[in-house]
Design a protein around this ligand. Structure first.
Ligand code: SF4
Length: 90
């Protein structure tokens, strides 16, 4: 089973607002790092090159927090109870 097939088995219950917030101004290097390390590929720059996080698909792995650190991540917490990802294994 591929990684994408495995991830597709999970259930997502996104909250209304993101459980992760980024600092307003990130360097190009910080943006590139976030885009590279997120295993779900949730970081993307918009047309104005502002870094966006599509939090709805978050795996709650913490890689962005650990690797990019407080210099890029303003807030990181788990989603509210009952929200976020429900991992499925087969
Ligand atoms: S916690 Fe993991 S899946 Fe969620 S945004 Fe950070 S790196 Fe991506």
């Amino acid at each position: 089973m591929s990684v994408n097939e495995s991830l597709a088995q999970n259930c997502y219950h996104p909250d209304e607002t993101s459980h992760i917030t980024l600092h307003e101004s990130l360097s190009a290097e910080q943006c590139a790092l976030l885009e590279k390390i997120c295993p779900a590929g949730l970081f993307q720059r918009d047309a104005s090159l502002k870094e966006m996080l599509h939090f709805e698909g978050c795996l709650e792995c913490g890689c962005c927090r650990l690797i990019a650190g407080d210099g890029a991540i303003d807030k990181w917490r788990y989603p509210a109870s009952g929200k976020g990802i429900s991992l499925r294994f087969s």
